[in-house]
Design a protein around this ligand. Sequence first.
Ligand code: NAD
Ligand code: ZN
Length: 390
Amino acid sequence: MKAVCWCGKGNVRVEEVPDPKILNPRDAIIRVRATAICGSDLHLYGGAIPGMQRGDILGHEFMGDVVEVGPNVENLKVGQRVVVPFAIACGKCFFCSRQLWSLCDNSNPNASTLRKLYGQSGAGLFGYSHLYGGYAGGQAEYVRVPFADVGPVPLPESIGDEQAALLADVFPTGFMAAENCQIQPGDVVAVWGCGPVGLFAIKSASWLGAERVIAIDRFEERLELARRVGASETINYENENDLQERLKESTGGRGPDACIDAVGMEAHGTSLDAWYDRIKFATYLATDRPLVLRQAIHACRKGGTVSIPGVYGGFLDKMPFGAAFAKGLRLTMGQTHVHRYIRPLIDRIEREKFDPAVIVSHRGGLDDAPDLYQVFRDKTDDCTKVILRP
Ligand code: NAD
Ligand code: ZN
């Protein structure tokens, strides 16, 4: 089959690879109908996440048709159209039984490395480095889905293929980021980053009752989309002398009640600390560029929430932890527990008549992946989200 393979930093290629096979009784094979490129894939593309090997198949956002099931998968039938959560969960461990699906204890065969680094390992992830299990991803014609009796969700006809692919990760991720803000009536929520995750966080924050949602980015087309999905105000930070002052001013001097960092470890910036991060990152002296997280902690009102869907990988430098402590902030973060959110979000799409695919700007086949990775990374051609149809 054809698959999109990681071939080094800034280098993805479409290669012929062996078809996946059922390896365990709880596996299923899915023929991919739609798969997306994610901001998280950009961290792999940029070489920011260790544990990648040449030839690794990328992709953790996908949906498709069930073409084969192992003998212990009783809930799926061949021919069903399903969406698959990006984190792999066994459904039976301590964490799965508490619905902390992305923290499954049984799905990462390489957990020992992460245990050394982090103390414990999270779940295995599709197409996301050998640190997270080295599973082949879904930017391919076919994919093996382990624990297929737990993850895949059959789709109603009302949900299109593109909409479904967005339910594998970014839509639930934006929703969980907003839910984690424990929004109260009257709240002001500020969202850094108007990529797919930020856009769905904005939509979800307004659904969950935020009175105002302030969206921050530097790309006008993304800020325009932010307004379309529910931001009441947008800030192009490149045109702003003092973002902190602006946020303070527009919240009566208090700061936003909740700040969402939907940017993560590779934030862009031109300030002094941004340059400091960039140099340290480029010379392997730092694992992350946590500029936005610093800004969010600084901006957030006392006793407020900083919600962090943006991915961080290592040991963060110059973190204003004293400020977070002194202001009594609540920090909340992590890989999304996608399994929790797919069905409720399908209901919301139907109830609210909201089409999540409004954020999709670019479509192509697998062969277009090398070009489209570049366009999505550089945010050229007004690119906001890419869907590939194998
Ligand atoms: P994206 O690259 O499309 O969007 C990131 C946005 O941040 C861009 O629009 C960019 O212009 C903006 N940005 C960069 N620097 C900024 C700054 N200083 N201030 C404000 N905005 C800035 O990516 P995405 O798909 O939306 O993903 C966003 C983040 O969420 C990534 O870190 C990704 O890895 C992470 N993510 C996490 C999960 C999870 O489970 N927690 C799931 C999916 C994605
Ligand atoms: Zn993703």
